[in-house]
Every structure is written in C-alpha cells, then in structure tokens.
Design a protein around this ligand. Structure first.
Ligand code: COA
Length: 154
C-alpha cells in the first residue's frame, strides 16, 4: 500500500500531464493552482519518484466533495483509486464529515463501477453539467455516508 502525501505546487507539471492523458476536458494548471491556494486538500500517490495518482477535495459543511480523482493511464486497474478512496474515507472521519459527495459523467462506466463498489449511491442528476465533445453531458451525483467511527489518527 502506498501512503498518499499532500499535493504541492511542485507536483503540478506531472499532474497536468496525467490530466491530459485521461480526460477529454482536463483541468488546467490554473484550476489546480487556484484550488490549492484556496486551501482545498489534495494528495498524490508516488512510487519510486513517479506520480501515479491524485485526488482533490473541498470541504463543505458536513460533507467532503471529491472534485478530482485520477490515475495515470499506465497504472490503472491496480487498485490505486480504491486506495485513494479509502484515504478519503479516513479523512472524512477525521474531519467529522457525514458523507463523501461527487459528480461523475454518465458515460464514465469505469468510474461509476469504482464508486458503486466503494459504497457510493446515486442521489441525483445534474443536466448538462460537463462540457462534451458535442454539446454537454449530464453528471450523476453520488454520495456515500461516512460513519462517525473511531477517532482516526492524523
Ligand atoms: C476511474 C479510475 C479513477 C479508476 O482508477 P483505477 O486505479 O484504475 O481503479 P482501481 O484499480 O482502484 O479499481 C477499483 C474499481 O474500479 C472499477 N474499475 C477499474 N477499472 C475498471 C475497468 N476497466 N472496467 C470496469 N470497472 C473498472 C472496478 O469496480 C474496480 O474494482 P474491482 O477491481 O474490484 O473490480 C481511472 O480509470 C481513471 O483515472 N480514469 C480517468 C479519470 C476519471 O475518470 N476519474 C474519475 C472522474 S469522476
């Protein structure tokens, strides 16, 4: 198991390379810089110096909103996204957030399967939420309750 470490501005060149690999409409460098400057929490998974995966979340009252979760193309299917989600579960417990929340493209069956298997359930639909190659695409909104559980060490 690889321990996630906080994302720093020095990680952003590699993050952007992965964004362009895995998304049709990637976040920009400015999006990440703004998010980090705004105090959003973000983590990366690194192994032997290589950045493999990352996630970024925003805390809203009683909820941890997952804004980005991505795994480099060459490292998908190895359980890294599951590992990041476990880390976010712990983080939500630490912050005493009652749930994790996210949006996912309707067409992103892989990510939807990941989230379903991790205990997320669909709670709504945002019409035309994402830009698409032609027009816009709907987002499914998914939520996972986070039990109060035991105190998780920081
Ligand atoms: C979606 C994504 C994050 C999954 O990351 P990953 O590290 O490959 O996923 P994991 O190896 O941890 O797999 C966990 C679960 O995801 C699902 N999954 C992963 N790869 C899959 C595939 N090729 N087909 C279907 N389901 C798949 C499965 O439910 C899997 O559980 P299982 O192994 O018990 O079947 C990754 O494919 C990715 O970065 N995609 C591009 C960016 C993206 O779409 N991010 C999500 C935005 S909401």
């Amino acid at each position: 198991m690889i321990q996630p470490v906080p994302m720093s501005p020095d990680d952003l060149d590699e993050v952007i390379r992965i964004e362009h690999q895995v998304y049709s409409h990637p976040w920009t460098l400015g999006n990440f810089r703004d998010a980090l400057a705004a105090g959003y929490s973000a983590w990366v998974l690194r192994q032997q110096g290589e950045l493999l995966a990352y996630c970024l979340v925003m805390e809203v009252p009683d909820e941890l909103h997952i804004l980005n979760l991505s795994v480099a193309a060459a490292h998908q299917g190895k359980g890294l996204a599951r590992e990041l989600l476990r880390h976010l579960d712990d983080d939500a417990q630490r912050r005493r957030c009652g749930s994790l929340l996210l949006e996912v493209r309707v067409s992103n069956t892989r990510a939807r399967a990941l989230y379903e298997n991790a205990g997320f359930r669909t709670i709504g639909l945002r019409r035309g939420y994402y830009p698409a190659v032609r027009g816009r695409e709907d987002a499914i909104v998914m939520r996972k309750p986070v039990p109060p559980g035991q105190q998780v060490p920081a």
